[in-house]
Design a protein around this ligand. Sequence first.
Ligand SMILES: *[C@@H]1O[C@H](CO)[C@@H](O)[C@H](O)[C@H]1NC(C)=O
Ligand SMILES: *[C@@H]1O[C@H](CO)[C@@H](O)[C@H](O)[C@H]1NC(C)=O
Ligand SMILES: *[C@@H]1O[C@H](CO)[C@@H](O)[C@H](O)[C@H]1NC(C)=O
Ligand SMILES: *[C@@H]1O[C@H](CO)[C@@H](O)[C@H](O)[C@H]1NC(C)=O
Ligand SMILES: [Zn+2]
Length: 960
Amino acid sequence: MGKGYYISKHLATAAMILAAIALVTIIALSVVYNREKSKNTAKLTNATTSAVPPTPKPSNEPWDKYRLPDTLSPQYYNITLWPRLVMDANGMYIFTGISDVMFTCVKKTDLILIHSNKLNLTLFNGRHAKLTGMSGVTAPAIKSTWLQTQTQYLVIQLKGKLNPGKSYWLHTEFTGELADDLEGFYRSEYMEDGEKKIIAITQMQATYARKAFPCFDEPAMKAVFNIILIHDRGMTALSNSQEIRTEDVIIDEMPVTRTTFEPTARMSTYLVAFVVSDFSYINNEDKAGVLVRIWARKKAIDDGQGDYALSITQPILEFFESYYNTSYPLSKSDQVALPDFNSGAMENWGLVTYRETALLYDPQTSANGNKQRIATVVSHELAHMWFGNLVTLKWWNDLWLNEGFASYVEYLGADHAEPTWNIKDQIILYDMQRAFAVDSLTSSHPLSRKEEEVNTPAEISEMFSTISYSKGAAVLKMLSEFLTEPVFAKGLSNYLKQFAFGSSVHSDLWDHLQKSLDQAPGMKLPRSVHEIMSRWILQMGFPVITIDTRTGNVSQKHFLVEKDAVVERNSEFNYEWFVPIKWMKKGQVQDQMWLLQKSAIHKPMKVSKGEWVLANHNVSGYFRVNYDHGNWERLLSQLETNHQTIPVVNRAQILDDAFNLARASIINITLALRTTKYLVREREYIPWEAALRSLNYFFQLFDRNEVYGALQAYLKKQVKPLFEHFGTISSNWTKVPNGHTDQFTQIIALSLACGTGVEGCREITKSWFKKWMQNPRVNPIHPNLRSTVYCNAIAAGGADEWNFGWQMFQKATVAAEAVKLRAALACTKVPWLLNRYLEYSINPEKIRKQDATSTIGYIASNVIGQPLAWNFVRANWDYFFKVYGTGSFTFSRLISDITSKFCTPFELSQLKRFQKDNAETGFGSGTQALQQAIERTTAKIKWLAENKEPVLQWFISESA
Ligand SMILES: *[C@@H]1O[C@H](CO)[C@@H](O)[C@H](O)[C@H]1NC(C)=O
Ligand SMILES: *[C@@H]1O[C@H](CO)[C@@H](O)[C@H](O)[C@H]1NC(C)=O
Ligand SMILES: *[C@@H]1O[C@H](CO)[C@@H](O)[C@H](O)[C@H]1NC(C)=O
Ligand SMILES: *[C@@H]1O[C@H](CO)[C@@H](O)[C@H](O)[C@H]1NC(C)=O
Ligand SMILES: [Zn+2]
């Protein structure tokens, strides 16, 4: 799945962090799509099983185990599905289906287990299925069948045995609900030209294919799918493979169209997809004749919103063909933008589905950041067409390799499509630093889990975490860098060739990389790929490397952001790593060193007067770095005198490392603050963004106490030159800077300058917004700057500005524009407007259900909105719990959003009280988030007690 699963990175960038006088913090405009709970309980044919869901008592029956036995192997499915896009007499939307699966018996057995969830299966002579033998084989008679709801199986007991090597057909007919639950085969509704439209779409990953048709729903159970879709005339049906026939037919006296698709390649069930819609498309063909199409709402296509995605798809496919040294495995590539979609995107083979904001680009209203997000998400999903789809990890415990890999190479593919963007560097911000943040907590977990630890759908769903995506990307980048890119790519392509159309485990990749390394002339590693990588993937966390330049001593220690944290999880490697350290001495790149023990003397790192050492050159390694005091001072003075000697990404690293080392009380906070002094001369995006994120921590802590004034005065001083620089290069804010990342930096300049009250800034944003209010049909604000300008103007204004923003939000036809407005509406400082907005957030007529929790999150990041949001959620706890309690991600995000500013003993006691008061209702999927909030608040109280005074003094002396 696309990374937007939990956070839509790249969108609007964290530049929204600072806006308005209140310095409202809105991180990355993360659009959190909730998983609406299915409104239906399981509907079963077998009344005996539905009445009493089997209690999960320990049992050795095969149908009580979540993993399929290894007795049967599916070969192909013939599936016909018919979604009804009008409500039936019972007020329900349904689909009907017929499925024949041909499987081969591998081990003698008298039991067939096949996944089936929430489907009403038709009975044949009292049985839920029919079984037939292939090529003259007689199938044994069925003894009994039933549905095992806990493990989501259709269980078929036979009177005789199936024979190894023989093949059989299993026939089922069924009805399912086409609910709006974003899972399996579901429906989505949207408005077009005042008319309600309904489409039928799918999301099978990870365990929802079984909700669309009975299937052996495990990734390694690959098969060929022959799919037929029946649908209303005038609608178009799409699936993984190319449509070969569409016929108008009459079925059950209804005039319908039947679309038949060519057999798919051998593939996993979680990658199956269908779309029935009246969307239109644009297309082109690549050199090898692969048909490339972009599908979306008619209006979006007519407006040219699919053009950008179409233009980059071919270059990206070509890039991956050459990178993997394997041609695109299918005959077509469809990409569809869906109005209602849970994750950011889903890599269904040949039919990738996207949230609209991840595929549609409207030059009139979309920002540069939106464009970048499209390039990276498209690249991510297309990377999966090979890695993940052609070769699939055997089981979900290795999900990190699939997602981490796509999250790493998405930068390479996007870089190929947009070579001037320098996008590869951004992995530091959007993956590495994001992974550091969660991986430095004691609650983190290793990348890879044991296969037997991941069984239930809930355990599988937990695998889709920041650790899997972002830490996975960071360690694979490190691996690729110490192996070198050619060795890495060669091993990779051999791995893909060996396991094509099959499945593998992570050590298979290590083996191929090792082989590729052994064949590379002159290349050697101090340990095998397997030994090195085991330490990064089998134990959680990462090291902080400490370099003492007085002695040349280099040592490592597990980095934890809370000073007194106790690690309960044991590691067979004792929390030590094999660390590849690329480094520089006074501007010169040195030979890489490997730290293979807890500590070692590395003579070249002992330096003489005036020289400095900088480790983790180009931030190729997944670790933080600390130095002796003298070296820190020399680095600071280098930043002051000529910061360009230090690579851009390392400037960001110094800031991020220093602040986090200070949070962990490893270095003095004043040292970390001093790393921001050189920013008066910094013009690059990545260091500024890193600085903002670090400082954001301070805003959270200080925006309600006396440090705040001095902090703001200091920042005003720091950003003024940047603001003036952009005023100049943009001809007084009338032109857009040429450079891609300069456009991001411009947003930072504007939002930070307006936020801290740099003279002239607020006047500009106010006047633009006023102009728009006077003529709502023409928006004079450049798309890049809209988030900032909207937020500032609404914060500075009153009910008129708010109501205007609300009107524009309701009228917005481009998803990205709607998100900007929805976030900006949370910037107002007027309490009654904020309270009313909170009420709107849980009214689905006003705010889509999928957007409710993120809207509350935006409000909670506003210093005035925070207590209102906290009270609102507490007061409506039962409601929130009922709607979101089991949807894993959104709910925990809501809890962490509304408590993220907590840092006083009073707030801590409120939190504990809240935990007690609602113990009975419970916290569902937010249980861990609540516990983390308590831990975080406790740690902040302690940190503040020690550091508040020096921080205040420092800001006062620096802002004078
Ligand atoms: C499945 O579909 C294939 C291709 O259309 C056809 O040859 C085969 O007979 C079908 N099998 C069954 C049992 O429907
Ligand atoms: C329902 O399931 C039970 C086993 O739980 C089985 O004994 C019974 O025959 C099933 N009934 C039908 C109608 O399939
Ligand atoms: C499935 O069967 C149950 C019980 O008969 C019924 O209430 C439900 O509406 C059916 N669902 C569908 C999708 O037909
Ligand atoms: C940090 O440094 C400041 C000034 O250099 C000093 O006043 C303060 O005591 C130091 N704090 C700690 C925890 O060492
Ligand atoms: Zn993915």
